[in-house]
Design a protein around this ligand. Sequence first.
Ligand SMILES: [Zn+2]
Length: 185
Amino acid sequence: MSISAPQPLPQPADGVANTEGTVTDRLVAANAEYASAFHDPGMDARPVLQVAVVACMDARLDLHAALGLELGDCHTIRNAGGVVTDDIIRSLTISQRALGTRSVVLIHHTGCGLLGLTEDFRHELEAEVGQRPSWAVEAFKDLDQDVRQSMERVRTSPFLLHKDDVRGFVFDVHTGLLREIDPKG
Ligand SMILES: [Zn+2]
């Protein structure tokens, strides 16, 4: 472990907690460093590979690294679980109709936080705050089946233009490998 004197933000990723400022201060400092070396690639907003990736927000899933993606290649649309909710359909509709994407890739993963939850989470929340959330928790017990359900929600959406190339996967957080899910089960 480093015993060096305190350094300005950001700290290197050496596992030593930064005691200066908040985590957001650290991110802002990292951004200043990023921008100092940034060159405008001159791209427009349409993804180069014409693909939208819908994935869980999990911190262990680095989509660009895991899929060999570069800046500007794709849309990444993320939420808890990577489940296809109305808001994901909203983003996919804009992605396809306004910004030219044609393919959809869905990625769930092993060890997902939603695997341990049930709709009881929603009931307990309602009991605590006195208000029923308008959204479903979208918890699931079977990863493969939930990927299939997500594929089906994309394929049956009336709002999307392109539904021929919709594929679903489970990412293994221990091996880094994708496993494709057969939509027919
Ligand atoms: Zn997850």
